[in-house]
Design a protein around this ligand. Structure first.
Ligand SMILES: [Zn+2]
Length: 246
């Protein structure tokens, strides 16, 4: 039985392994895992063994990828060669909470392939309930060791937050809610020296990192165990470089 896994078997085993990992983070999840059959659980290999990293290794790999990207020496990412492994599951080595801005594509910016980055994107890269749930899934179920909150210069969403604070600007549709969500970070730097938009972009990343650490017991547990690191970065449009902040 053990020698004749189909991709479907492998996927099932990966799902089971993921559920069992989740079982370590809460009683409710433990009940979920205990409801699963245990007779046929095999330790399926990680789809991408090179992604099995600790938080420090993951951050180093992420920044090395960004250096390659900024210098124009990115690797060739051949989906054909990794497609079969990724049918059975995923083990991304980093999650990125980034802006939806079309110029900030995390997979490109860090020179990563499929199955490497778990990307959560929303204009203004701030914490939403669904975004947080997605990051909790990456950490608690997929075992992702690193979250990077990635802001960028000239961010239109943060600019809307600045206008909402300074000019009491009103925006159509749901955009007003997004601008309002960014107001607290803008207010913190309203009287700081330097460029208000740049300061607000950096403050929003710092605040988002703090919120992720504070608002989620799942992420907090992983941080306490040393299996997770949460960092902030700013993507520079001109150079393509990501600068760590916070
Ligand atoms: Zn943006």
């Amino acid at each position: 039985m053990c020698n004749a896994h189909t991709p479907a078997d492998a996927s099932l085993n990966n799902d089971r392994r993921a559920f069992l990992r989740l079982a370590t983070v809460g009683a409710g999840a433990l009940m979920l895992a205990s409801a699963l059959p245990t007779a046929d659980i095999h330790a399926a290999p990680a789809p991408k063994p090179a992604n099995d990293l600790n938080p420090q290794q993951a951050l180093a790999r992420l920044m090395e990828g960004n250096s390659r990207y900024a210098e124009g020496v990115t690797k060739r990412h051949d989906f054909m060669s990794e497609r079969e492994a990724l049918v059975s599951g995923q083990n991304p080595f980093a999650a990125v909470l980034g802006c939806a801005d079309s110029r900030i594509a995390p997979e490109y910016a860090f020179d990563t392939g499929r199955g490497d980055l778990f990307a959560v994107r929303v204009a203004g890269n701030f914490v939403t309930n669904d975004g947080l749930a997605s990051l909790e899934y990456a950490v608690a179920v997929l075992g992702t060791p690193l979250i990077m909150v990635l802001g960028h210069d000239s961010c239109g969403a943060i600019s809307a937050g600045v206008k909402a604070v300074k000019d009491n600007a009103k925006f159509p549709g749901k955009i007003q809610g997004l601008a309002d969500a960014l107001k607290p970070s803008v207010n913190k730097v309203l009287k700081a020296p330097g460029d208000l938009l740049e300061n607000a972009i950096a403050q929003n990343v710092i605040d988002t990192v703090a919120q992720l650490k504070r608002q989620s017991s799942l992420l907090g547990d992983a941080l306490a165990k040393g299996t997770l690191q949460i960092v902030g970065g700013i993507y520079k449009l001109h150079s393509g470089k990501v600068e760590l902040i916070g």
